[in-house]
Design a protein around this ligand. Structure first.
Ligand code: GLC
Ligand code: CA
Length: 572
């Protein structure tokens, strides 16, 4: 594999609105990110993915952009953005911005002009269609609920397409003029010194415009027509053109939010000459230990999680790099998503991030994950603020759930759990802001916060720091980046383990979701314990196997794995 600067990416995702407020208006801002750069550097991250900070009416917290070259005043100014790029650079951190070009905001000048004259030049930037018999052009369901078509005000029979909210009209990627405008925007931003982009909803750019009605998937008659709006034939040509015209000459890191990559397109998507550098591995998207499928059974969920992730790695087969992660701004917190309440303890919450952290590929952590932030269940529906949360709620009612049941489901499934303000310290509002925060802080900030963990060698935060440091250790880094991936103990219930191997090193990563001790057959010898969630603080990773863990090598051909243990072992 041709070596690239971004291959050693340990990224840190920031949802700016909830990260750090500095001007005390209750909204996180760019100066807040600048203020916290040291913390990010200390964690060992070398890339930041900044969720959208462009000018926006904030219907979807910035995923509805009304000016691609502007910074939203609630986040700061263009000078702040430039300063962030420069200051991050000084610390060896590259900034990725979030490119949201499947749709714009309905407040974007292009859309406003399009509304005035849907048949004119800007009308072709969007997707306008005539309705049928007083109905929308077809029965596609929006991903965020309701029809994917909105009637144009003042017109009888004209609709525009929006696969997310109606304030996010889809851009028409069939139009070369629109494509050219976007490429220009990308290039201007890259010229400002960005490391690259995370590409939002990028597998949706191309649609299958055969405007047929499909068999409905709900009593409202709509159908979430994923096959017609995701990864449709012809998408690759658009992405290739985008890459060649913008990213290729700049050596940008591009990570696609690209759903359902087909095995036969791995090379074209993330291969050496692929359309992206990497795409997120979404194979665990639907894992939720509190959902109907798992009903609190951590171990069963864990087995399925392992199988799906291993399958994704096998499909890629070393031909490219997936982006491995557990949390982002669209997901509940990982501790609550993967571990049943009864299984959440000091060991399991350290074991969990190790599962896929040493996989081939690049890795991303999400703000607050490093201190173990949790979901924040609500007592009343109105405490939620995100439109899609309400769409899910409506769908649940439609499926026959009671309001109480629907709220209960949101309390473990809503993406808003990932958006509560970052908990920096035990002071007012967790140190996020002195003003009333735009979204309520989880009251557990009094004990669960960054400051409380910073000086405690045995904290989760310091465990994350050690975990990153192991991945970055000079004599091991190449093995973790380019080494072979060999699944181990694959048929063992509740065990997720793999070896990373090259000419220099063999490293065994072993994690257990069993609540009792496991004895596994083990041939070979442990050279060094790189990480162990049963070791406390500074002792971790410094002793030899013999000193610290007689039983690993001493009891003969056996590995004793304690409940929820994780081990990263250099085999000697
Ligand atoms: C992506 C974003 C999500 C957003 C959606 C629409 O999935 O991650 O937060 O709501 O796109 O832009
Ligand atoms: Ca602010």
């Amino acid at each position: 594999m041709l070596k690239k600067w971004w291959h050693n990416t340990v990224g840190y995702q920031i949802y700016p609105k909830s990260f750090q407020d500095t001007n005390q208006d209750g909204i996180g801002d760019l100066c807040g990110v600048i203020r916290r750069l040291d913390e990010i550097a200390q964690l060992g991250a070398n890339v930041i993915w900044l969720c959208p900070v462009f000018t926006s009416p904030m219907v979807d917290n910035g995923y509805d952009i009304s000016d691609y070259m502007g910074i939203d005043p609630s986040f700061g100014t263009m000078d702040d953005m430039k300063e962030l790029i420069a200051r991050a650079d000084e610390k060896g951190i590259k900034i990725l911005m979030d490119l949201v070009v499947n749709h714009s905001s309905d407040r974007h000048e292009w859309f406003q002009k399009a509304l005035q004259d849907p048949c004119g030049e800007y009308g072709k930037y969007y997707v306008f269609r005539e309705g049928k018999d007083g109905n929308p052009p077809n029965n596609w369901r929006s991903i965020f609920g309701g029809s994917a078509w909105e009637r144009v005000e003042g017109r009888d029979n004209l609709y525009y397409l929006h696969i997310f909210t109606k304030e996010q009209p889809d851009l028409n990627w069939e139009n070369p003029k629109l494509r050219g405008e976007i490429y220009e925007i990308i290039t201007k931003w890259m010229d400002m010194g960005l490391g690259g982009f995370r590409l939002d909803a990028i597998s949706h750019l191309k649609k299958n415009y055969s405007y047929v009605n499909l068999p409905p998937d709900g009593p409202d008659g709509y159908k979430l027509a994923f096959e017609y709006i995701n990864n449709v034939d012809g998408l690759s040509e658009i992405l290739r053109e985008m890459k060649e015209r913008t990213f290729l000459p700049t050596d940008a890191l591009t990570i696609g939010e690209y759903d359902q990559m087909r095995p036969e397109e791995v090379e074209a998507v993330i291969g050496e000459n692929g359309n992206f550098c990497s795409v997120f591995d979404f194979s665990h998207t639907f894992h939720d230990v509190n959902g109907e499928k798992w009903k609190g059974n951590t171990r069963a969920l864990f087995n399925d999680y392992r199988d799906k992730l291993f399958q994704a790695q096998r499909v890629v087969g070393g031909r490219g790099m997936l982006c491995n992660f557990l949390e982002n701004h669209d997901k509940p917190r990982c501790i609550d998503r993967f571990l049943a309440a009864a299984d959440q303890n000091r060991y399991s919450i350290r074991m969990l991030p190790v599962t896929n952290f040493f996989f081939p590929g690049i890795v991303f952590l999400y703000q607050g994950q490093e201190i173990g932030m949790r979901n924040y269940p609500k007592v009343r529906l109105e405490e939620y603020v995100d439109k899609p949360t309400y769409a899910i709620y409506d769908r649940l009612l439609m499926q026959g759930k009671s309001p109480e049941e629907a709220l209960e489901e949101l309390n473990h499934a809503s993406r808003e759990h990932g958006r509560t303000p970052m908990q920096w310290n035990g002071e007012k509002n967790g140190g996020f802001s002195e003003a009333e925060p735009w979204f309520a802080v989880n009251p557990n900030y009094t004990w669960l916060n960054y400051e409380a963990q910073k000086e405690d060698p045995d904290s989760l935060l310091n465990f994350y720091k050690r975990m990153v440091a192991v991945r970055r250790r000079a004599d091991l880094e190449e093995t973790f980046i380019y080494g072979e991936f060999l699944p181990r103990y694959e048929k063992e219930d509740g065990i997720l383990a793999y070896e990373r191997k090259d000419e220099k090193n063999r490293v065994l990563v072993l994690t257990s979701a069993r609540s009792e001790t496991a004895e596994l057959p083990f041939e070979g010898k442990v050279g060094e314990i790189l990480l162990d969630n049963y070791a406390v603080g500074e002792k971790d990773g410094t002793g030899t196997a013999e000193e610290t863990y007689g039983e690993l090598t001493g009891s003969g051909n056996r590995l004793i794995v304690k409940p929820f243990q994780c081990l990263v072992l250099k085999l000697g």
